[in-house]
Design a protein around this ligand. Structure first.
Ligand code: FEO
Length: 171
């Protein structure tokens, strides 16, 4: 039986991950509109990964015999004026998600919920990766993206990103 505070945070995280997917679809649409199909592809795949994260939180609650409550997903409201805005917004958002995961972990630790702590280990690693990816995209944009040829090459490279299912699976 999950602790009430822990289960409430896990349930809320489903919404946060779905919002992340929504936000990245918004970024993908922005880039698609600007003719940057590679960046659009990168964020499309990012959105799929966020959906996977939401499903994992949902499955974890279900496997622990806990009811799931789905709430409304907020409208993405980041204003994108320049090509690099979505990249900065993405890093800021991932840092926020990391803080949420850490908060659930701390709450689970407080009540000695070792199972949830172990489940969250994967997400802690994943957040490290996602923050690094977001930082790398900013760095590469600053180095090459302000030159049209450089931007063309970067965009082409991001076209090759392919989706892969998460390494964590829950039955
Ligand atoms: Fe589900 Fe981008 O963290």
């Amino acid at each position: 039986m999950l602790n009430e505070k822990v289960s409430a945070l896990l349930n809320d995280q489903i919404n946060k991950e779905l919002y992340s997917a929504y936000l990245y679809l918004d970024f993908s649409n922005y880039y698609k509109n600007k003719g940057l199909d590679g960046y659009a592809n990168w964020f499309d795949i990012q959105a799929k990964e966020e959906m996977d994260h939401a499903m994992l939180f949902m499955k974890y609650l279900q496997n622990n015999d806990h009811a799931v409550t789905l709430e409304a997903i907020a409208k993405p409201d980041k204003e994108l004026k320049e090509f690099s805005d979505a990249l900065h917004a993405s890093l800021e958002h991932e840092r926020y998600v990391t803080s949420l995961i850490h908060h659930i972990y701390e709450t689970a630790a407080d009540v000695k919920d070792y199972r949830t702590m172990q489940f969250l280990d994967w997400f802690i690693d994943e957040q490290g990766e996602e923050e690094k990816n977001a930082m790398d995209m900013i760095t590469r944009f600053e180095l090459f993206g302000t030159d049209p040829k450089g931007l063309y090459m970067l965009d082409n490279e991001y076209k090759s990103r392919v989706y892969s299912a998460p390494s964590l699976t829950l039955d």
